[in-house]
Write a protein that binds this ligand. Structure first.
Ligand code: NDP
Length: 449
């Protein structure tokens, strides 16, 4: 096991997020390999940690000042054992191959847990959409798709959104794909409603995360009613997490972006949430503006050199990290525990460092890792693909009902796997083991490909 991690680290020493994600899965699946020696003989770990295909490309576009810009594009097609590659695109200046590989690796297990037939992939660019005009974003997306289109397709690889890629970007990407291929197919998910999108897709990741949290609480004879919650981020996942917390009777105290966070002791109600949605999705403003509108709230800048994030240092019952990877470190995790938080459900991908995860597990928190808790987004993407294939659109209640059912199934699958392998209640072990076994069995069925 350590040999494999060493091999991976030596091969690509700079890809630290990828090593982190692999290490967590390897630790969890050790008992599975001990019980099934044929997996070791078939070199499943060596195979599952190596992408089936990596595509890297130049993206050239012209900005509004007529300056030529060059970005780097990525698509990592990680594993197609159980279905076409599926996973989002991230546009953010921090994007590099290591980050996309970690996200693609996580996606393989997450997609496996959804019960749907989807392999794992992820892509993106170091392009920063922040502060760009709509025309600049359009020209970038068109140039990006000018290369990506030859590698994707409704039965090959179906991208979606992630950080920096929302409805606007999906629209421009889809438009270019359609023009280049001269076909109207379900090649991207997260499309707008009137041209192939699914109801509940924008809400799905946030709603699913809260459904998962509600399942964990129900298993412990509790509910979200009256619980106070810390939420980070203010984008797609954070917004719909807050919406569902409100619907289930909880109270959200915080939201953030990469500059700082707001703390609203009175709670973020429906009217305030609508205001945030308008601020972030239409005006593309910053969360600090919240206190101009709601002066009873407080705004705190988050300084990059800090060794802890003050957002996680407030009294609360539950925490929903919904911004980005490694946003909760060891100290933050200890602060959460000290402040009485008993549940952490990850809307973001890998937002907790390994040290933070150990603190959650050691303190017996109800802790749901992202690959289980935030799988609702890709699950409804899978439902969007199914509707596109049938040329049908299911009503809101039907998609929401299916999402709820899928989150319930994922919860049960994680619990069952954690019990079967002697770690009852450990959702990290459960999610990794259940996701892994399904993919590995499919790989074995399909031979050395
Ligand atoms: P958005 O771009 O809509 O929002 C991202 C939010 O996180 C923004 O508030 C952003 O602030 C903040 N953020 C981004 N990077 C950082 C950073 N380095 N430090 C602090 N804050 C940061 O993205 P999503 O809501 O779609 O995605 C959020 C998380 O959820 C990601 O981890 C993503 O991988 C994960 N996820 C998303 C899914 C989806 O369906 N969209 C599905 C499953 C997981 P700012 O505006 O300042 O950058």
């Amino acid at each position: 096991m350590t040999d494999i991690l060493e091999q991976i680290t030596n091969r690509d020493p700079a890809q630290k997020e990828f090593h982190q994600a692999v290490n967590e899965v390897l630790e969890s699946v050790k008992p599975v390999l001990d019980r099934n020696p044929e997996y070791r003989r078939a070199a499943v770990l060596e195979r599952i940690t190596e992408p089936e295909r990596v595509i890297m490309f130049r993206v050239v576009w012209m900005d509004d000042q007529e300056q030529i810009q060059v970005n780097r594009g990525f698509r990592v097609e990680m594993n197609s054992a159980i279905g076409p590659y599926k996973g989002g695109l991230r546009f953010h200046p921090s994007v590099n191959l290591g980050i996309i590989k970690f996200l693609a690796f996580e996606q393989v297990f997450k997609n496996s847990l959804t019960t749907l037939a989807m392999g794992g992939g992820k892509g993106g660019s170091d392009f920063n959409p922040k502060g760009k005009s709509d025309y600049e974003v359009m020209r970038f997306c068109q140039s990006f798709m000018g290369e990506l289109y030859r590698h994707i397709g409704p039965n090959t690889d179906v991208p979606a959104g992630d950080i920096g890629v929302g409805a606007r970007e999906i629209g421009y990407l889809f438009g270019m794909y359609k023009k280049l291929r001269n076909e109207f197919t379900g090649v991207l998910t997260g499309k707008s409603l009137n041209w192939g999108g699914s109801l509940i897709r924008p809400e799905a990741t946030g709603y699913g995360t809260v459904y998962f949290a509600a399942e964990m609480l129900a298993a412990a004879d509790q509910s979200l009613e009256g619980k106070t919650c810390l939420v980070s981020g203010a984008g797609n996942v954070a917004q719909y997490t807050v919406e569902k917390i409100l619907e289930l009777g909880g109270k959200t105290l915080t939201l953030s972006d990469s500059s700082g966070y707001i703390y609203d002791e009175e709670g973020i109600d429906r009217e305030k949430l609508n205001w945030v949605m308008e601020l972030k999705n239409i005006r593309r403003g910053r969360i600090r503006e919240y206190i101009e509108q709601y002066p009873n709230a407080a705004y705190t800048e988050i300084e990059s050199g800090n060794d802890f994030n003050p957002l996680w240092d407030h009294k609360a019952d539950c925490a929903f990290p919904c911004a980005t990877e490694n946003e909760i470190n060891e100290k933050d995790a200890q602060n959460l525990v000290n402040n009485g938080v008993r549940l952490v459900a990850e809307g973001a991908n890998m937002p907790s460092t390994p040290e933070a995860v150990n603190i959650f597990v050691d303190n017996k928190l109800l802790y749901a890792p992202g690959k289980a808790a935030n799988a609702g987004g890709v699950a409804v993407s899978g439902l969007e693909m199914a509707q596109n294939s049938m040329r049908l659109r299911w009503p809101r209640e039907e998609v929401d009902g299916r999402l709820k059912h899928i989150m319930k199934c994922i919860h049960k699958t994680c619990l069952d796997a954690s019990e079967e392998y002697g770690q009852p209640g450990n959702y990290v072990a459960g999610a990794n083991i259940a996701g892994f076994v399904k993919v590995v069995n499919a790989m074995l069925d399909q031979g050395l490909v």
